[in-house]
Design a protein. Structure first.
Ligand code: PRP
Ligand code: URA
Length: 221
């Protein structure tokens, strides 16, 4: 794990060797979509382990077969929300749900307009009638390119009352431009990623990147 403090103190790059190995599979243009999906799951596991490291715990007692034991469990008073950004965040949410089965899952649908590169919101299932003031939210999207989609998702959850420092933006590959854009707008949001790549190309694709994550994941290339 590296804190990329030169880029921004809230960026964590996960460098586990198995993550990096699977990242190579994702980058390889010869990888089939079946293999791509399974590598996304493995990569997500390592990044999500980092992203969930600071979830608050509370003391609880259980009866073991031998005696009463003091344990630590996730605080029942703190809502944990998993929000995959459709489409490409979906596969990451399978892993997040396995890791935190008690979490609520609310989907947000965004796509990037190919001409303007601006995000278009087409689906938002986050309820407006719950108390978000202590909620921890994990926004899942494998690609942080210009940062437009990430910022749009953070705008949505911030307006509902989620505090910036309780938001984790969980990606697989990030571009320096997207990190700058997101941290300029939301400096306290935590960004987790498996790699910070070189740059964006003239179509705002990440270089070297892995291409279009959604298309490769769902075989719609
Ligand atoms: C991709 C990706 C991000 C977005 C990143 O989604 O999954 O959501 O682009 O780009 P940005 O940082 O410049 O906003 P896309 O628009 O291709 O939609 P999809 O997931 O439905 O394929
Ligand atoms: N969206 C993707 O899926 N890939 C990129 O490189 C940029 C945006």
């Amino acid at each position: 794990m590296t804190m990329l403090s030169k880029i921004h103190p809230s960026v964590t790059v996960c460098e586990h060797p198995l993550l990096q190995h699977n990242l190579a599979i994702l980058r390889d243009s010869n990888t089939t979509h079946e293999r791509f999906r399974s590598a996304v799951r493995r990569v997500s596991l390592f990044i999500l382990q980092e992203a969930t490291r600071n979830l608050p715990l509370t003391k609880a007692y259980v009866e073991t077969p031998i005696t009463k034991a003091e344990t630590r469990i996730l605080s029942p008073d703190i809502p944990i929300l998993i929000t995959p950004i459709l489409r490409a965040g979906l596969m990451m949410s399978d892993v997040a749900m396995d890791l935190v089965p008690s979490a609520s899952v609310y989907h947000v649908g965004l796509y990037r307009d190919e001409e303007t590169l601006r995000p278009i919101t087409y689906y938002n299932k986050l309820p407006s009638n719950i108390d978000y003031s202590h909620a921890r939210i994990f926004l899942l999207d494998p690609m942080l390119a210009t940062g437009g989609s990430g910022i749009a998702a953070i705008d949505i959850v911030s307006k509902l009352g989620v505090r910036q420092e309780n938001i984790a933006f969980v990606s697989i590959i990030a571009a320096p431009e997207g990190i700058k854009n997101l941290t300029d707008n939301y400096p306290a949001v935590h960004i987790y990623t498996g790699a910070v790549d070189e740059r964006l190309n003239d179509k705002a694709y990440i270089v070297p990147g892995l291409g279009d994550a959604g298309d490769r994941m769902f075989g719609t290339v």
